[in-house]
Design a protein around this ligand. Structure first.
Ligand code: ATP
Length: 283
């Protein structure tokens, strides 16, 4: 069966019900349930190997669950043409590499064809070209629109890829560790860009994967904590991002503070390093 029309504009944008994902006999995800509504901004948090990217790949219709149900934009995986469904999503993968030394504006336009290069003989309409420029402006990239991809900094690449993902006007934006490798200023510019985007598009839903609480935008509304492929806690961000739950999630004592600007800071307790045969240093 195939998707025959643009997915419905109402109802949850994502629904996962009791999902499991099994590879080589290993449960990479077990019993995960999640519902994301328009206007919600979810953070998916967990330690290295907790299953965040695996879950994001299910939510982005890249993989199918081994058990349970995943509905993306009201369409159930396994019953739809996932390639067409994917064209309605914005999926920002920081490892995406454009094909050749394209200019920033061209990279953004490839979001319309969901390709790594511009499709030969394809021309954007005037409105599409204007939209690319508007998105670049919103992400603070206007001055770089004519620059070539290889000359961009990591942060500029990240913002270009977000503009690219937004070209098809998705209702759902998936962001996989968008701040990885960014310096402090680039990270702050990226987060400001995400906050601006959410303010400009109130019905957009987003799911952002990270293992750094400092990389969460202030506009985050909900969070899910993953540990060993299982959901430890899930719900409104104020209920889930507590010192107690985050400590349990990372299996390490963490003190979590939310600042006046709505951002989070985590302080991990220091664990003394012991060397066999040497006395344990005084705390
Ligand atoms: N195709 C696969 N086959 C077997 N194991 C896999 C496969 N893909 C991922 N894994 C394993 O599943 C676990 C979860 O991986 P995943 O990439 O989802 O974790 P993550 O929470 O995103 O981690 P990180 O923060 O390090 O990126 C890891 O132990 C990984 O080695």
């Amino acid at each position: 069966m195939t998707v025959v029309s643009r997915p419905a504009d109402s109802g949850p944008v994502l629904r996962a019900g009791e999902v499991a994902f099994i590879r080589d006999g290993r449960h990479l995800l077990s019993d995960i349930s999640l519902t994301v509504h328009p206007g919600e901004h979810w953070a998916l948090l967990g330690a290295n190997g907790a299953g965040k990217s695996t879950l994001l790949a299910l939510l982005g219709a890249v993989n199918h669950p081994s058990r349970g149900v995943v509905e993306v934009l009201g369409r159930r995986l396994g019953r739809v043409d996932v390639r067409e469904l994917r064209s309605y999503l914005g999926h920002v993968n920081p490892r995406h590499t454009p094909d050749g030394p394209m200019r920033v504006r061209e990279v953004v336009l490839t979001g319309l064809t969901n390709t790594a290069a511009l499709v030969p003989r394809w021309q954007p309409t005037e409105q599409e070209a204007e939209r690319a420029d508007r998105l670049l402006a919103m992400l603070g990239m206007s001055a770089k629109a004519g620059d070539r991809w290889p000359t961009l900094s990591q942060g500029e690449r990240g913002r270009t890829l977000i503009a690219r993902a937004l070209m098809p006007q998705p209702r759902l934006l998936l962001l996989d560790e968008p701040a990885t490798g960014l310096d402090l200023a680039a990270r702050e510019q990226l987060l400001a860009g995400i906050d601006a985007l959410r303010a400009r598009h109130p019905s957009l839903a987003t799911v952002l994967v990270t293992h750094h609480l400092e990389e969460l935008p202030a506009t985050t509304t909900h969070a899910m904590l993953l540990r060993d492929g299982r959901c430890l806690a899930s719900g409104p961000v104020g209920d889930v991002l507590t010192s107690e739950l985050v400590s349990a999630c990372f299996d390490h004592p963490v003190r979590l503070v939310r600042g006046d600007d709505g951002r989070w800071a985590a302080r991990a307790a220091r664990v003394p390093v012991t060397v066999p045969g040497e006395p344990v240093p005084a705390a």
